[in-house]
Design a protein around this ligand. Structure first.
Ligand SMILES: Cc1ncc(COP(=O)(O)O)c(C=O)c1O
Length: 374
């Protein structure tokens, strides 16, 4: 038996030990096996219930033959395609292994011990963890009425603030700020603070609520708009997201990223997904209809929820969310309990297909009835 003077915990950097590992939604196959269920519905990770675009699947098939080669290190053809699509310069785009990686890169590149990052609370838990991992200080500003308190966030900015994170729409609340309020917010931030606007759910927003962030980038603001192919484009399993920011910022992000961070299949699938406008439209129609029907059913049930502009709904079940989400799993529906977000009586339900939503509502009704009877 070897003897060590120090444990691995003693060797690890102290702020790394403070990190809470991200807890992903449970895989369907695992729950099916464990509970002996034939079919389980996963409404826990805000994925696209329609699946990937058939064009993306075809593109992946064609790309399989080339898998002995490294992918393009700068996502060349996807970069060209997106730059035309968005009307930005190719040099203003950066790509990541999911937009999650870009959250990490921007933090690694700009935040260090002694620097501060401002973010809402609750907001996507990864903002907090990427900042903690580099030893940065976190300034969390409580949401107001489940929406970002932009005024409060401006007040939280100090001379040590390097980064501000704004999820718009915000996860887990499904709320957004108006383009007008966002404009005032951008104007109110000191110019040397980097604003990261996480637009993972942008596509679900009605057009009039989609802010024109690229104008700020073109105007030279230190702003990074993050988007993903994981949600409305149905490619969560491939891991690809992108950011739009000033070319000088992209250059810096490229210094801290791995050379081949976006795999070859993801690059091809993303281009094809962009081409498949019909699939995107159908996704948005399905989500809109599903969200309306879920919200209407929750209202009928007298269960309170936060009206959503995204593909998920934050529901206050009024009892311990964990208990309800466990009961739902036993009925074959995986949702996310929200105690990790400081919302112990909430669960978050992803909008699924009409059939999945109906199943979820039936299971929720039963679970809440059982809970009342206990
Ligand atoms: C607000 C928000 N940002 C970013 C992500 C990361 O998405 P991805 O890394 O799949 O692009 C998610 C995923 O759930 C999210 O909810």
């Amino acid at each position: 038996m070897k003897h060590y003077d120090k444990s691995l915990e003693e060797l690890a950097r102290p702020h790394v030990l403070g990190l809470i590992p991200y807890s992903p939604g449970r895989p369907m196959a695992e729950v099916e096996r464990e509970l002996g269920l034939d079919e389980v519905i996963k409404l826990a990770s805000n994925e696209n219930p329609l699946g990937p675009s058939p064009l993306a699947i075809q593109a992946i098939r064609e790309a399989l033959q080339g898998l002995h080669r490294y992918p393009h290190g700068h996502c060349h053809s996807l970069r060209q395609r997106l730059s035309r699509y968005l009307g930005v310069q190719p040099e203003e785009l950066c790509f990541g292994n999911g937009s999650n990686e870009l959250l990490e890169l921007v933090t690694r590149a700009f935040l260090g011990p002694g620097d501060e990052a401002v973010m809402g609370d609750p907001a996507f838990v990864v903002y907090r963890s990427v900042c903690q991992a580099v030893g940065g200080e976190i300034r969390e500003v409580p949401l107001k009425d489940y929406t970002h308190d932009l005024q409060g966030m401006l007040q939280a900015v100090t001379s040590r603030t390097k980064l501000v994170f704004l999820g718009n729409p915000n996860n887990p609340t499904g709320t957004c700020v108006s383009p007008t309020d966002l404009h005032a917010f951008v104007g109110g931030l000191p110019r040397n603070v980097i604003l990261v606007v996480d637009e993972a759910y942008r596509e679900y927003l009605p057009r009039d609520l989609q802010p024109d962030l690229l104008t700020y980038v073109r105007g030279g603001r230190y702003l990074l708009a993050l988007r993903t192919f994981s949600k409305a484009y149905g490619l969560a399993g491939l891991r690809i997201g992108y950011g739009v920011g000033p070319a000088a910022m992209v250059k810096i992000l490229n210094r801290v990223r791995q050379p081949f961070n976006v795999n070859a299949l993801a690059q091809e699938a993303a281009k094809a997904a962009l081409d498949d406008e019909a699939h995107l439209e159908e996704t948005l129609r399905t989500t809109e209809a599903g969200r309306r029907s879920l919200q209407a059913r929750l209202e009928e049930m007298g269960v309170s929820y936060t009206p959503s502009v995204a593909n998920f709904i934050l529901v206050d079940v009024g009892v311990e969310g964990k208990v309800v989400s466990n009961a739902l799993v036993r009925k074959g529906v995986i949702v996310r309990s929200m105690e990790g977000y400081g919302l112990p009586t909430h669960i978050r339900i992803t909008v699924g297909t009409a059939q999945e939503n109906a199943h979820a509502i039936k299971a929720l009704t039963e679970a809440l009835d059982e809970e009342r009877e206990r």
